[in-house]
Design a protein around this ligand. Structure first.
Ligand SMILES: O=C(O)c1cc(=O)[nH]c(=O)n1[C@@H]1O[C@H](COP(=O)(O)O)[C@@H](O)[C@H]1O
Length: 279
């Protein structure tokens, strides 16, 4: 466990990692047994074995790992065990890495508190993705963990992302209200926001509302988002971006050479990031 300075340490450590690794890459560990190399299926725990090899080969190129819990919940108890082993493996071997439980939780206050305990205390993730739909008392139990980060969905990468998030509420679209209102919540310094890479044209507007907060940006790779477009308006002087790619990296290959293929895909993105950071 880290000390009470953790809240600032958390962000500071991330910034230090970004500078040292010249990377703001987050690798999504979205393990699908139908997609991993078949030779791993005879392992006792194929999901963990796959993750372990990906993590060992890419931890120096990435600053964050993001398992999406759906890909573990889908396999029941075995999947949850694999998630636990994965987060423990990262925390024990690469403690500098920022870990994200992509669980998209949020409920009435006392239920949110239990979600927060599950991911922050039991599993010891650094952060969790949370949906804002149920409002302040559904998010504040996560924010109360001053040593942890709550990553609130603002403008998501999917096609339907604008169905509700783009609706006008008075003068503003809903996603802008989410950003503005969340800044008024207690411990809002513990927030990051999700903005999809497929929505690059919205970053200038978003940065007017949240000039300094880190943004988690999924959608590069398989969903077609473009790194350069996102960085044009998304970058801050501290970088302020975590760019996620899941399938584009972990399934770059699907035979015995899958680790090398994943490493190469991560390296290509890291090199592009190094160039952007050097400007
Ligand atoms: O919160 C997320 O991470 C997320 C938000 C969003 O707007 N879009 C989005 O794709 N994601 C997640 O980011 C990952 C993207 O995976 P790839 O499309 O394979 O790179 C998945 O785990 C998604 O659930």
């Amino acid at each position: 466990m880290r000390n009470s300075l953790f809240e600032n340490m958390n962000k500071q450590e991330l910034i230090t990692q970004i500078q040292q690794k010249k990377s703001f890459l987050c690798i999504g560990l979205d393990v699908d047994l139908a997609k991993i190399p078949t030779h791993l299926l005879t392992e006792e725990d194929p999901i963990f074995e796959f993750n372990k090899q990906i993590i060992d080969a890419t931890h120096h190129l990435a600053v964050a790992f993001k398992p999406n819990t759906a890909f573990y919940e889908a396999y029941g108890l075995k999947g949850w065990k694999a998630l636990e082993k994965t987060i423990n493996y990262i925390n024990e071997n690469y403690p500098e890495i920022f870990t994200i439980a992509d669980a998209k939780r949020g409920d009435i206050g006392n239920t949110s508190s239990m979600y927060a305990k599950a991911f922050f205390e039991d599993l010891n993730f650094d952060s969790i993705t949370v949906a804002p739909y149920m409002g302040s008392d559904s998010v504040e139990p996560f924010l109360a963990f001053e040593n942890k980060t709550t990553i609130l969905l603002a403008l998501t990468s999917n096609k339907g992302g604008l169905d509700f998030q783009g609706l006008k509420t008075g003068n503003n679209e809903l996603y802008k209200e989410v950003l503005k209102t969340a800044l008024t919540w207690k411990n809002s310094e513990n927030l990051m926001f999700v903005v999809g890479a497929t929505k690059a044209e919205y970053f200038a507007e978003i940065r007017k509302i949240v000039p300094n907060h880190f943004l988690l940006v999924p959608g590069v790779g398989a969903q077609g988002g473009n790194l350069q477009d996102v960085c044009k308006y998304g970058l801050t002087k501290e970088c302020g971006l975590l760019i996620n790619s899941s399938r584009g990296i972990i399934y770059a290959g699907n035979d015995e050479n899958f680790v090398k293929a994943a490493q190469k895909a991560a390296y290509i993105l890291q090199q592009e990031m190094a160039q952007i950071l050097s400007k």
